[in-house]
Design a protein around this ligand. Structure first.
Ligand code: OAD
Length: 247
């Protein structure tokens, strides 16, 4: 039996990490895998819920057709997430925010685990499962502070609220992607962690960073469509790899 190769950070990357002033980290479902959150692709995913495929129950059409069913689905998912904790990858990223003069964390995850780990500013491209948004006036509320009424009523205008997440067939929240692109243009070092990097527009961020001269590093146990395009593709798990930068 062959011994598994120990994970190592190249000297080149260590130096870049030590000297970088502007760093961007883009994360996907893989960063939360160790915490117990299933990824979307490559196993584990609940593809059908109460007879409905994932992309049907999580769709803009379903909000119009059956908002209570959408709430039931997200309440179910939130109950599962409630019990989970950040892992060493989230914790390492949270420590990085104070290490660089410019640091931007962009996530496609809705699980809130970066916040729980202590990351103060997170660009949540796909929203958050912990927030509700009014369908009429877009006022937002922390779901943990709402009562159990479903759908909840908006405190501002009395209309219905929905989960504040990006569903299939919907646009990203206004301004979030634009802010992420600005950071991608200005960073010298860009980490792409635990994402299959195939869902646009998020997948465009590494391209923007690289085109603007950033050193692009992928952390993923599997090869992705992005791997070839990166300066370094570290084939390792996020929770094992990212803490190596903190020593
Ligand atoms: P995917 O499920 O597409 O990809 C997860 C990636 O994480 C895969 O490339 C895995 O190899 C990798 N992975 C698994 N375990 C890992 C670990 N321990 N450490 C590091 N990487 C690991 O998830 P996303 O790329 O996040 O959008 O998916 C993007 C979007 O697709 C989601 O945000 C969601 C979905 O449609 C919406 O819901 C709007």
């Amino acid at each position: 039996m062959q011994a598994s190769k120990a994970l190592e950070i190249s000297e080149n990357l260590r130096e870049r990490f030590a000297c970088a002033r502007n760093v961007l980290v883009l994360t996907g479902a893989g960063v939360s895998a160790e915490s117990g959150v299933p990824t979307f692709r490559g196993g584990g995913q609940t593809t059908v819920w109460k007879g409905m495929p994932f992309d049907v129950i999580s769709s803009a059409r379903m909000v119009e057709r059956d908002l209570p069913a959408v709430w039931e689905w997200f309440d179910y998912r939130r109950k599962l997430l409630e019990k989970l904790s950040p892992n060493p990858a989230h914790q390492a990223i949270a420590r990085w925010q104070d290490r660089f003069p410019g640091f931007t964390l962009v996530t496609q995850n809705i699980d809130g685990l970066h916040h729980t780990a202590g990351s103060r500013e997170v660009i949540e491209l796909h929203g958050s499962i912990w927030r509700a948004r009014c369908v009429a006036c877009s006022a937002r509320a922390d779901i943990r502070l709402l009562n159990d009424e479903r759908p909840p009523a908006c405190a501002e205008c009395g209309n219905y609220m929905r989960p504040d997440v990006v569903l299939f067939g919907e646009m990203l929240p206004a301004g979030a992607f634009e802010r992420a692109v600005e950071s991608a243009k200005n960073c010298e070092l860009c980490f792409v962690v635990g994402t299959s990097a195939i869902v646009y527009p998020a997948a465009a961020l590494p391209e923007v960073a690289r085109a603007s001269g950033a050193y692009l590093v992928e952390v993923n146990p599997e090869k992705t469509a992005l791997s070839e395009f990166c300066d370094e593709a570290i084939q390792g798990k996020a929770e094992k790899t990212l803490p190596l930068f903190c020593v």
